[in-house]
Design a protein around this ligand. Sequence first.
Ligand SMILES: Cc1cc2nc3c(=O)[nH]c(=O)nc-3n(C[C@H](O)[C@H](O)[C@H](O)COP(=O)(O)OP(=O)(O)OC[C@H]3O[C@@H](n4cnc5c(N)ncnc54)[C@H](O)[C@@H]3O)c2cc1C
Length: 380
Amino acid sequence: MDFLLNNEQKDIIKAAREFALGEFPDRAQEFDREETFDQDIWRNACDLGFVGVFIPEEYDGMGYGFFEHCLITEEFWAVDPGIAQAIISCTFGSELLLLFGSDDQKASILPGLVSGEGLISTAITEPDAGSDVTSAATTAIREGDHWIINGAKMFATNGNLADHVIVFCLTDPDNPSRHQRHSFILVPSDTPGFGSSKIRGKMGIRASDTAELSFSDVRVPLQNLVGEEGNGFDELMAFFNRTRLHVSAQAVGLARAALDESVAHTKKRHQFGAPLASFQVTQFKLAEMATWIRAARNLYYEAVWSVDNGKIDHALIAMAKWFSAQMAVRCADEALQMHGGYGYIDEYRVQRLYRDAKILEIYEGTREMEKAIVAKSILG
Ligand SMILES: Cc1cc2nc3c(=O)[nH]c(=O)nc-3n(C[C@H](O)[C@H](O)[C@H](O)COP(=O)(O)OP(=O)(O)OC[C@H]3O[C@@H](n4cnc5c(N)ncnc54)[C@H](O)[C@@H]3O)c2cc1C
């Protein structure tokens, strides 16, 4: 594995950072407070080619690897996680289409995700099925040439905005294997019987839309099956192999922001007649943060490299996901601590970073689920 970034990748990082610094800081606090987002920022990001860079050129993407997608994500999250997530999550689900979608599905949906004319959401979690995805109970029953879908989904990112939702459905409830009962089905959000409502009051990433979805006799053609019938669980695991690394990139970006804020504040703030940065306790905190960030980045770089080169290693991906998420939560905590009472006020960016960080240990598989994967790889 070559850790050196090539010139093109360095240019991508530079351009992503410049874009984020130009567009995010002025609006970040407003979007966080109002739980809203100005979609023009997302469209600008699309116009400049930052969205869906891993989508092949035949579908109007850049044809880069998932690595380049992660580089952009890291830079965006290093400026503002909420806005970053509102933009970057607009392709959340395209990984499934790329891996398992039909040519028609790819051709009709992927170009719109790149241009900013379309938006996708992926709905797996349910009120009674979170970490245990095999207990998902939203049913899809064949009736003639159609699937009839009934059920409810929780926490679907962009569920109120998407024009297509990829839904994890129970299609073979009597199959003796819990891992062969589900399938992914594509649902256009203007299909009668589909409903969505915004979940308010999130702790962090409040610019990003999160929805509760309902399906009441939603009727879609059989061709809307994504991948193979009954193979949904395995397809979901393949999807997570990409998206979990995306979360690692988010975590590294957020932790960098926490470190930057800490360095700036501790150099400026004086107590006991000296800058906070002159105290060894502060220096050790900064040194630890910098080291954790480096370690997490190396871990996710290695894991993304393995995915882009077809050498999937589930345990490595799970390690990268939980380690970087926990690292980001710790860095945000230390950053707030170094800001004292000021860090507790929402006028200070570290308060937002602290709140934004926690989701990293929850979505795309909780910290505990990732550790369970690692443990299984050790114990067999
Ligand atoms: C902002 C946000 C965005 C999201 N976006 C999406 C999305 O786009 N699409 C989607 O489908 N979902 C999405 N989710 C849902 C997210 O993936 C789930 O919340 C997550 O998988 C955990 O499921 P749960 O909330 O039901 O918690 P639970 O599964 O109920 O877990 C609760 C706690 O119990 C622990 N636990 C559970 N089982 C075990 C066990 N066997 N051993 C030890 N500990 C265990 C968990 O680790 C966790 O700490 C989102 C959630 C949020 C908050």
